[in-house]
Design a protein around this ligand. Structure first.
Ligand code: PBG
Ligand code: ZN
Length: 342
């Protein structure tokens, strides 16, 4: 600490931090973090058998898309310089084993092929790899009856997940993103991809995924609410922090290229911790509940939506996220284009 020689007549040092806050230009010059559309990923729901698009109850402004609507949406995102999407499939067929998840002609596989046919390398297509939208019971894995208990079986699930990831890679996905939280799935997926020659397909692991209340609107959007029990036997306990380091360490060893923390806003300490401990790119997922909280408050006139989103995205960046996955990606990019942000 430097000794400050001068004092004002009021007795405080002559240093005045307000000098660099006086207008937008100065504030922009000294801003420590910035968020451009190029670091955002837009999550999109693509629904089998849908004509065009339908609004999602509980996520105002978000829609489920047909493949045609998806193609138009991607075109609009590219015009706004948002160059990455994370695809979620909403299938018309579910069964106990989630077999529509690895169907070569499944909704995600078809959607990826179409997007790649239309836009090629212009867009980075990430696909969510999980079972919950595809299983009749809504869990992220295969169910095994143990006595009178039903458990989510880890090792048979990771075989299915590897199969799903491979089907996405075959369709042309650039990045596969397992969101199930089974142990060892990153290694199983990496092995399956490499054996089939997909050594360039990257893995973004939902490494640190907490069992969060904030997924509520998503489960409504994707029809993926578990029909019994909850996800606490596989997703992380919100009280744990050191365990996040173990999850990430294992995923890196198993071959994850990008690690993700999810949710984002209530877990910024975890984002920061992971960023400071490891040398891999860190993604943070600002989930459906974070989106809807701002939307509903804004609709009620209780919050300035643009300011809130701007503040939230910069907070996530400040905590250390390289990549931010947010349902606001498109709107934020529009606000930047139109010069409407603070
Ligand atoms: C499921 C999955 C979830 C999300 C992405 N993939 C939620 C869940 O565990 O049910 C959450 C996304 C969001 O809330 O925006 N594997
Ligand atoms: Zn799942």
């Amino acid at each position: 600490m430097r000794i400050l020689p001068e004092f004002t007549k009021y007795g405080f040092p002559t240093v005045r931090l307000r000098r660099l806050r006086k207008n937008r230009i100065v504030r922009d010059l000294i801003a420590e973090v910035k968020v451009f559309p190029s670091s955002l990923v837009m999550p999109l729901f693509v629904k089998e058998g849908l004509m065009e698009r339908e609004p999602i109850d509980g996520m105002p402004g978000q829609e489920r898309l047909s493949i045609n609507a998806l193609i138009r949406e991607v075109g609009e995102l590219l015009d706004l310089e948002v160059r990455a999407i994370l695809l979620f499939g909403v299938p018309s067929m579910k069964d106990e084993f989630g077999s529509s998840a690895y169907d070569r002609d499944g909704i995600v596989q078809k959607a990826v092929r179409e997007v790649k046919k239309n836009f090629g390398e212009e867009i980075t297509v990430m696909t969510d790899v999980c079972l919950c939208q595809y299983t009749s019971h809504g869990h992220c894995g295969i169910i095994l009856e143990k006595g009178n208990r039903k458990i989510i079986d880890n090792d048979s699930t990771i075989e299915v997940l590897a199969r799903i990831a491979l089907s996405h890679a075959e369709a042309g996905a650039d990045v596969v993103a397992p969101s199930d939280m089974m142990d060892g799935r990153v290694g199983a997926i990496r092995k399956a991809l490499d054996e089939a020659g997909y050594t360039d397909t990257a893995i973004m692991s939902y490494s640190v995924k907490y069992a969060s209340s904030l997924y509520g609107p998503f489960r409504n959007a994707a029809y993926s609410k578990p029909s019994f029990g909850d996800r606490r036997s596989y997703q992380m306990d919100p009280r744990n922090m050191r365990e996040a380091l173990r999850e990430v360490e294992l995923d890196i060893l198993e071959g994850a290229d990008i690690v993700m923390v999810k949710p984002a806003s209530w877990y910024l300490d975890i984002v920061s911790l992971i960023k400071n401990h490891f040398n891999v790119p860190v993604a943070a997922y600002s989930v459906s509940g974070e989106y809807t909280m701002i939307k509903i408050m804004a609709e009620k006139g209780l919050i300035d939506e643009k300011q809130a989103v701007w503040e939230q995205l910069h907070s996530v960046r400040r905590a250390g996220a390289d990549i931010i996955i947010t349902y606001y990606a498109k709107q934020y990019a529009e606000w930047i284009r139109d010069g409407e942000l603070p």
